[in-house]
Write a protein that binds this ligand. Structure first.
Ligand SMILES: Cc1ncc(COP(=O)(O)OP(=O)(O)O)c(N)n1
Ligand SMILES: Cc1nc(C(=O)O)sc1CCOP(=O)(O)O
Ligand SMILES: [Mg+2]
Length: 220
């Protein structure tokens, strides 16, 4: 899959939200550019229920031309022919995942250092996720807050590597993430916990475009 737009990357599962399917639909209407199906933790669906829900989200994403990426579960991603898979440092080995999914599916890898970024590139990652930039309410086992300095470091070293900032990102604090060199931002709660998910998505998109324009104007 080529020319993926990572600018506004929404992550969600069925846990902790009342109507995940309608939130996803609102997020798609509002303009998300990538979606990650992240079904894990307490109250997460398993087995056939998980697969059926994943497939309904996948069909919806396809209607909007938005890539559908599965978190952690490489076998599910292959079984339902998802557009890609995202793995962290404690998940399946990225090199092995690339071998399993083949050359065309998207591979995202969470990284926290230059060395992890280098290894992700070697493994054939299409993009990396870097966080938590800010404190996050959505991941109990998140690493300590990292800010934006490592994003800036990795972006300078690997200018062609798409970087998605993640963790506590919202409209009001998205600017420094883009200024540091991130290609896009990934969010859960800024959309999933919003009163109006479509409007929240449109606001995030507007803020992203504003900061991106400002960055390219300054860079010339
Ligand atoms: C885009 C993106 N970046 C980072 C992560 C975190 O992945 P991981 O460290 O494997 O943690 P879990 O999400 O699996 O709990 C991500 N999912 N997406
Ligand atoms: C899934 C995930 N991964 C993180 C990381 O730092 O790797 S932070 C995170 C949760 C992001 O949710 P919210 O936008 O609500 O903070
Ligand atoms: Mg993971």
């Amino acid at each position: 899959m080529e020319n993926v737009d990572y600018s506004l990357y929404f992550i969600m599962g069925s846990m902790n939200v009342d109507n995940p399917f309608s939130i996803l639909e609102d997020a798609l209407k509002g303009g998300i550019t990538c979606f990650q199906f992240r079904e894990k933790g307490r109250n997460a669906l398993v087995g056939n229920e998980k697969k059926a829900f994943a497939q309904s989200c996948q069909r919806l994403c396809a209607q909007y031309g938005v890539p559908f990426i599965v978190n952690d579960d490489v076998d599910l991603a292959i079984e339902i022919d998802a557009d890609g898979v995202h793995v962290g440092q404690d998940d399946a080995c990225a090199t092995e995942v690339r071998k399993k999914i083949g050359p065309t599916k998207l591979l995202g890898v969470s990284v926290h250092s230059v060395e992890e970024a280098r290894m992700a590139i070697e493994a054939g990652a299409n993009y990396v996720g870097m966080g938590p930039v800010y404190a996050t309410p959505s991941k109990a086992d998140a690493k300590p807050v990292a800010g934006t300095s490592m994003i800036q470091h990795v972006a300078n070293l690997y200018p062609d590597l798409p970087i998605v900032g993640i963790g506590g990102i919202a409209t009001h604090n998205l600017g420094p993430v883009i200024q540091a060199g991130a290609t896009g931002v990934s969010v859960i709660s800024a959309i999933a916990s919003a009163k109006d998910a479509e409007m929240a998505t449109a606001d995030l998109k507007g803020a992203f475009l504003q900061w991106k324009t400002q960055k390219s104007t300054v860079q010339g």
